[in-house]
Design a protein around this ligand. Structure first.
Ligand code: AMP
Ligand code: MG
Length: 427
């Protein structure tokens, strides 16, 4: 194997060449390669076509590379990665009867009989090592080519790929390369802060750690700051720790997490549970989007009671008790109506907090006084009056306005719960 080690990834699946599926498995593999300091020199996507797959594998192994293939290990006739790899290597395929028995046992544990087509999944390239797959029937395979290069075949199902990465790829890389020399990534996530303001705040970190090692990725009302560290495992851990605390400090109260798996909604649920508080929602222009995001968090039932989608004026009155005269006096998109919705939800649903949004997501329905993108958000809590209210005017299309409204509602709640300055206020 060439040193320093270089790798390519080949994603197999005709669906990945179409208009509605993207290869994401390679991102998971790339992260692992980074960690071990393996340089990724190419990525390719191939359909379920034996000749194409064989040509790509053969060419890349010929260059002495580590070749990581995902997909095409299923039981059906279109799954031809095994045959293609065998052809590229000039080797045969033999059914591994012990593997067939393991697959039969796996089916039996679900109370099913293994269909005979599944036997194909036990075809092993001659001389290959079988990589057990605890998450599915398709085992992976590893062939180390004597003249240089190595080939891994992984299943395409993301959950199964992840299992095989942890069980087989990482230990193999560690054995070949040790733990040192790679890159480790850190992240902090920021809500409802303009990118330019964030950029100004974190500028000192660029001087301290180098601009090239920090990148800022923005999406509507949420920004990821990614950074990475090199060196030995201990050096990387220390530097990531230092970068995380420095960037968190600089970016201020808009930082809601430094964990990859945490989302704004999961941070809100965590804060609600920590406060021993409960929440209900009354949503107009987001149509239940806030409730959807909160209930996507496992365990949210400990804090979220439920919500109302009150799209029409009648439903705002019927479900959360908005006084009907308000619609004539100030209109549905107003501070008064949003506040009445929040307080109405809180009281009728018996929760500590109520959050409500009413706005114009467009593209129609705007007026000179209330143009498209105008949204009122209100948070009601224990005590009299609003805990918080925001009137905003979001730019962009319907999708973006709805997304930004959800973000701001969640972030207003998070900051209130944690006693932090609300969005738009000081740091
Ligand atoms: P396969 O192992 O080729 O039968 O793939 C099984 C399923 O895994 C496919 O139907 C896709 O949903 C998914 N899949 C396969 N390859 C990829 C990939 N490169 N990225 C993300 N998902 C994939
Ligand atoms: Mg496939």
């Amino acid at each position: 194997m060439m040193r320093p080690m270089k790798a390519v990834i080949l994603a197999v699946g005709s669906e990945l060449l179409g208009v509605d599926r993207l290869d994401t498995n390679s991102l998971k593999l790339t992260r692992v390669l980074e960690r071990y300091g393996v340089e990724l020199v190419g990525k390719a996507v191939a359909g379920d076509d034996e000749a194409e797959i064989a040509a790509e594998i053969g060419r890349r192994l010929g260059q002495g590379l580590l070749v990581l293939v995902t997909g095409g290990l299923g039981p059906t006739a279109d799954d031809c990665t095994r045959a293609a790899a065998a052809r590229a290597l000039g080797r045969g395929l033999t059914i591994d009867e012990a593997q067939v028995e393991r697959m039969r046992a796996m089916f039996a544990s679900f109370g099913r009989k293994m269909p005979e087509v599944n036997r194909r999944q036990a075809e092993l390239i001659d001389g290959a090592e079988l990589l057990h797959n605890p998450a599915g029937t398709a085992p992976g395979q590893l062939v180390e080519v004597p003249s240089g290069g190595a080939l891994f075949l992984f299943p395409g199902v993301p959950r199964e790929l992840e299992a095989l990465i942890g069980l087989h790829l990482e230990p193999w890389l560690e054995k070949k390369l040790g733990k040192e020399g790679g890159i480790e990534r850190g992240v902090i996530k920021v809500a409802c802060l303009p990118e330019s303001v964030l950029e100004e705040r974190i500028a000192p970190a660029y001087d301290r750690f180098g601009r090239a090692d920090i990148s800022v990725l923005a999406s509507p009302s949420e920004i990821r700051i990614q950074f990475f560290a090199r060196g030995t495992a201990a050096e990387r851990a220390a530097r990531l720790q230092e970068m995380t605390s420095c960037l968190t400090e600089l970016a201020g109260s808009a930082v809601f997490t430094d964990r990859e798996e945490t989302t704004l909604e999961s941070a809100v649920v965590e804060a609600l549970i920590a406060a021993g508080a409960t929440l209900s929602t009354a949503e107009s222009c987001t149509g239940g989007g806030i409730a959807t995001r909160i209930t996507s968090v496992a365990g949210s039932s400990a804090a979220f009671a439920g919500g109302a989608v009150t799209y029409s004026n009648e439903m705002k009155t019927l479900m959360v008790g908005v006084p009907p005269q308000l619609f004539a006096e100030v209109g549905a998109v107003s501070r008064e109506v949003a506040s009445a919705m929040a307080e109405g939800a809180r009281q009728r649903f018996g929760t500590t907090y109520g959050i409500a949004v009413s706005g114009i997501a467009g593209p129609g329905g705007g007026s000179p006084e209330k143009p498209v993108g105008t949204v009122h958000l209100a948070l009601a809590g224990p005590g009299d009056g609003d805990l918080a209210h925001r009137q905003v005017r979001f730019p962009g299309d319907r999708e973006r306005i709805r997304r930004m409204t959800e973000q701001l509602a969640l972030e207003m709640l998070r900051r209130s719960l944690l006693g932090l300055p609300l969005p738009g206020e000081a740091k």
